[in-house]
Ligand binder design. Structure first.
Ligand code: APR
Length: 169
């Protein structure tokens, strides 16, 4: 079974088969990690995204990585946190599953995720990290073709939350 790792770093610097972008439904870029990925990938990424005509929350779409060291970018709009009563947990879980399904379908063996929805979308970090780690673990059990999934955390607090979630598995 492939392994889950938690690291602190900048996802735009990772030379892996696929990095995941915490996008919005337009797929036309934004701030946060979305902005960083588009800046690093260059304008061809936006050009390809324009051909995708958006993406529903919880679903995912794949593009090339262009100037990024990663081969592919898998774009997924996470849920905006509204207090937990609008299916946010299930939508976040669906983001991780959809991205991993797309990664496996495209032969990606190494996949890096940012902490989806825990920035601008205000999803509570410790709740999100438990959902993420649970979904990744369940998927890897069924898909040995994926060799490694990493959570690439941008700050120490985020890293600590994912490390704790992993230790509770
Ligand atoms: N590498 C890794 N993680 C990063 C990076 C980076 N270069 N830059 C930011 N992050 C982290 C943030 O610190 C946070 O932990 O990514 C996590 C997700 O935060 P956001 O980027 O704000 O994403 P999200 O909360 O899902 O909100 C998505 O923000 O940028 C817009 O277009 C995007 O509308 C969408 C919304």
């Amino acid at each position: 079974m492939g392994k889950i790792e938690i690291i602190q770093g900048d996802i735009t610097k990772q030379a892996v088969d696929a990095i995941v972008n915490a996008a919005n439904c337009s797929l036309l870029g934004g701030g946060g990690v979305d902005g960083a990925i588009h800046r690093a990938a260059g304008p061809e990424l936006l050009a390809e995204c324009r051909t995708l005509h958006g993406c529903e929350t919880g679903k995912a779409k794949i593009t090339k990585g262009y100037r990024l060291p990663a081969k592919h970018v898998i774009h997924t709009p996470g849920p905006v946190w509204h207090g937990g009563g609008r299916g946010e947990d299930e939508l976040l879980a669906s983001c991780y599953r959809s991205c991993l399904e797309l990664a496996a379908a495209n032969g990606c063996k190494t996949v890096d995720f940012p902490s989806i929805s825990t920035g601008v979308y205000h999803f509570p970090l410790d709740r999100a990290s438990r959902i993420a780690v649970r979904e990744i673990d369940a998927f890897l059990k069924e898909h040995p073709e994926i060799e490694r999934v990493r959570m690439v955390c941008f700050d120490g607090r985020t890293k600590a939350s994912y490390e704790e979630a992993l230790s509770e598995l």
